[in-house]
Write a protein that binds this ligand. Structure first.
Ligand code: KIV
Length: 278
């Protein structure tokens, strides 16, 4: 499959007759390889790696070095899907120069574009990163890096003022040059309105069925997580119990002396046996 490009993604409006975009998070070579083999359009190296892989309670604990390491691991799978590098908290809040340098670190690690959270307030940063020839994906609604400002992980845009504010933010990000927009945790009709109002595609998570694409977290969709699932998640497999069962069988075999067997053993030659006094 030829690699998916930013201009291709930018065109993918369902209203123009395109199929919905499919994005899944990936944090390492195996997850990237498996998602790519399934034909996803975009791989998001999300800062959700903090929760799903690194064991933190929020996304605020990952740094640009963490994100670059995981982006490089994903890129090592040479996927056809477009790699989206997620800019972590404080990597773009401290000024345009920092944002450009950090976006560049993700591109050097193998990302084809970066994602950042926030609305109109981010437009100077979006301009700066675009001026460095790095495409930017926006992210509005329930933005996990704002967990403290939001007072928890809450659906956003539930009242008319907030909804209008999000619509204005979406326009601001499009006008600033973002090529796509993640909408997370917003009511379905608001996501529909924003999607209809923008020429760039929206990719929803907890935003209902009307967006131009959908994204889910790898561990959530495969049933590998250990946290309660959000309402918007659909588990397409429950791999966690299968993994535990397989490892349990390994443990039983080891304890019973049934592993390794002859087929998993490098047998010594008769000469070596004799020399070792066997
Ligand atoms: O980091 C992440 O996984 C994300 C998605 C929830 C969109 O930003």
């Amino acid at each position: 499959m030829p690699p998916t490009t930013v201009p291709e993604v930018r065109r993918r409006k369902r209203a123009a007759g395109f199929e919905p975009l499919v994005m899944v998070t990936a944090y390492d070579e195996p997850s990237a390889r498996l998602c790519d083999a399934a034909g996803v359009d975009l791989l998001l190296v999300g800062d959700s790696v903090a929760n799903t892989v690194l064991g933190h309670g929020d996304t605020l604990h990952v740094t640009i070095d963490d994100m670059a390491r995981h982006t490089a691991a994903v890129a090592s799978a040479s996927p056809s899907a477009l790699i989206v590098g997620d800019l972590p908290w404080l990597s773009y809040h401290t000024g345009v120069a920092d944002a450009v340098r950090n976006a560049g670190a993700l591109v050097r690690a193998g990302a084809g574009c970066v994602k950042l959270e926030g609305g109109a307030v981010r437009t100077p940063v979006v301009h700066g990163i675009l001026a460095a020839e790095i495409p930017v994906m926006g992210h509005l609604g329930l933005t996990p890096q704002s967990v403290h400002a939001m007072g928890g992980y809450r659906v956003q845009g539930r009242d008319l003022d907030d909804a209008k504010h999000l619509l204005d933010d979406a326009h601001a990000l499009e006008d600033a040059g973002c090529f796509a927009l993640v909408l997370e945790g917003v009511p379905d009709v608001l996501a529909e309105r924003i999607t209809a109002a923008l020429a760039i595609p929206t990719i929803g998570i907890g935003a209902g069925p009307s967006t131009d694409g959908q994204v889910l977290v790898f561990h959530d969709l495969l049933g590998l997580g250990n946290r309660p699932l959000a309402k918007f998640v659909r588990e397409y497999a429950r791999l966690g119990p299968l993994v535990t069962e397989a490892i349990g069988r390994f443990a039983s075999d080891v304890r019973a002396g049934a592993f390794p067997g002859p087929e998993e053993t490098y047998a010594a030659s008769p000469e070596l046996r004799a020399a070792l006094g066997d």
